[in-house]
Design a protein around this ligand. Structure first.
Ligand SMILES: Cc1ncc(COP(=O)(O)O)c(C=O)c1O
Length: 493
């Protein structure tokens, strides 16, 4: 009791808040913004936690900024007022379609990101089957959380199937068994975010085609790597529209397309499949609304920037970026194989690598890595799947691989000499957390902060002990705690 720190103060410090009384000169405003931004992760350079994508080319950034500037006031809601937006969208959809071998008659849309593309593919599949009263969606535990979100938002029953514990891919038989006459969509990944592996897409798509169920390939993160990898003669499994039974595909350009955040493409084998994605309303007192996506008003700057980046880099530029990315990934994976105490899960198909410990406690290892200045992304354990660190390798990471391997080696050595995390002392707080969760108010941001301070967490900004504790919690309590924590970052006024 008596602790007045908030999650926000502990994690990001206390910024002054209040009404912006007097307007300030531009230079002052920008200086203020720069000062705030100084505490952020750099967003480029070494592989880190924030999964930002940097091509390493100044002109790629400049062309995006100039294009955004040009389209600053353009509203993507109105392709009739701004016909160039329709042109840009169509050209980007066509460019992505060409790379994923979309057949004649395929159709797609520009969306704000991977999650929106996934949500729309799910909505389109659901609304194509109004005859099914309680629709279901089938995906593996390795599918991105966007699919659980789609299920929740659109009232679909999620049917989650296990993955092969060695390959980390969806089990074909399990998927087949999960499909019922209420299934409106089956989702496979190319590759999965968590372990970077491609599901057995031809096998699953064949089953879907036989049973008359839509099959979506979530290639949000790998869809702009795999086509160029194939062109470069690297081994790539079958995954795109050339596979019979694949009905829709999502590809994010704000990842390996190196466009600024806010651009993904969702494509359907036929325009008829896309039709149920749209929302149309004219029976209200305002203007007739036709939305191809979830957003209505939307920044024209983002599609202009994505278009400009694509046009500027071109296929040859992407092949060069993918070469650097895959070479860096190979060097990392080969290096990890030499480190006693570490293991890569599955066989990374592109540039995503999940690493766990073998015979060494994972969270002390993570803590030591963080202490060495590598704040990489942890992935918590799931039933039968150990916790991992996740590395999204990009075109600029090659020069950092040797340093990273050195840090991984040192972190393993240091972790061997340490006791486990969470400590016995910290574990005592799990009961208190569970009691909070069971109370009428549930876990609150303030209550959580108080417990964290008592447990000696967050005071030095280190996140590994927090993740270690989270990892011990049952799923529901874990989610309650995460919710309270993030609510606390934007506290009530
Ligand atoms: C396979 C996959 N699907 C969906 C998403 C969600 O994308 P976004 O974060 O752009 O919404 C991601 C993000 O990494 C992903 O890897």
């Amino acid at each position: 009791m008596g602790c007045r720190a908030t999650v926000r103060e502990l994690v990001v410090g206390e910024a002054g808040v209040g009404m912006f009384a007097d307007g300030r000169p531009m230079a002052e405003v920008l200086a203020e913004l720069e000062a705030l931004h100084a505490g952020d992760e750099p967003g480029r350079g070494r592989p880190g936690v924030a999964n930002t994508f940097d091509s390493g080319s100044a002109s790629v950034e400049q062309v995006a900024v100039r294009a955004f500037d040009l389209y600053l006031h353009v509203n993507g809601l109105y392709p009739t007022s701004f016909p160039s937006v329709a042109t840009l969208e169509h050209q980007v959809v066509a460019a992505v379609g060409e790379m994923v071998h979309a057949p004649p008659g395929a159709a797609g849309s520009w969306t704000s990101g991977g999650t929106e593309s996934c949500l729309l593919a799910a909505k389109a599949a659901r609304d194509a089957r109004p005859d099914i009263e309680h629709p279901e969606i089938v995906f593996a535990r390795s599918a991105h959380a966007a699919w659980a979100k789609a299920a929740k938002y659109f009232g679909l029953e999620p049917v989650i199937v296990d993955i092969d514990p060695v390959r980390m891919t969806a089990e074909v038989d399990a998927v087949e068994r999960a499909i019922t006459d209420r299934t409106v969509l089956v989702v496979v990944s190319a590759p999965s975010y968590g372990h970077g592996v491609v599901d057995p897409i031809p096998e699953i798509a064949t089953i879907c085609a036989r049973l008359g169920v839509r099959c979506h390939v979530d290639a949000c993160i790998g869809g702009w790597v795999l086509p160029f990898a194939e062109q470069l003669g690297r081994p790539v499994p079958d995954w795109d529209f050339r596979v019979p039974g694949v009905d829709s595909i999502s590809v994010d350009l704000h990842k390996y397309g190196y466009a600024p955040k806010g651009c993904s493409i969702v494509l359907y084998r036929t325009a008829a499949m896309r039709r149920t994605q749209y929302f149309v309303a004219s029976d209200w007192t305002g203007y007739p609304v036709v939305n191809s996506t979830m957003q209505s008003s939307k920044s024209g700057g983002l599609i202009a920037a994505a278009w400009a980046v694509l046009r500027h880099i071109g296929a040859d530029g992407y092949r060069a970026l993918v070469t650097r990315t895959l070479d860096a990934t190979r060097e990392l994976v080969d290096g990890i194989a030499e480190i006693d105490g570490l293991r890569v899960l599955g066989t990374p198909a592109t540039s995503l690598v999940a690493v766990t410990t073998d015979g060494v406690d994972f969270f002390p290892f993570l803590d030591e890595l963080e202490r060495l200045g590598w704040a990489v992304q942890p992935q918590l354990s799931q039933t039968g799947i150990p916790p991992t660190i996740h590395l999204t390798m990009t075109a600029t990471h090659g020069p950092h691989v040797a340093d990273l391997l050195g840090a991984l080696r040192a972190a393993v050595l240091a972790a061997r000499a340490r006791g486990p995390l969470p400590t016995a002392e910290q574990l005592r707080f799990v009961d208190e957390l569970a009691a909070q969760a069971a109370s009428d108010a549930g876990v609150s941001a303030d209550g959580l902060t108080e417990l964290m301070v008592k447990a000696g967490l967050l005071t030095d900004g280190r996140m590994a002990p927090v993740h270690a504790l989270l990892d011990t919690l049952p799923p529901q309590l874990r989610e309650n705690v995460l919710l309270a924590f993030f609510e606390g970052l934007n506290p009530p006024l």
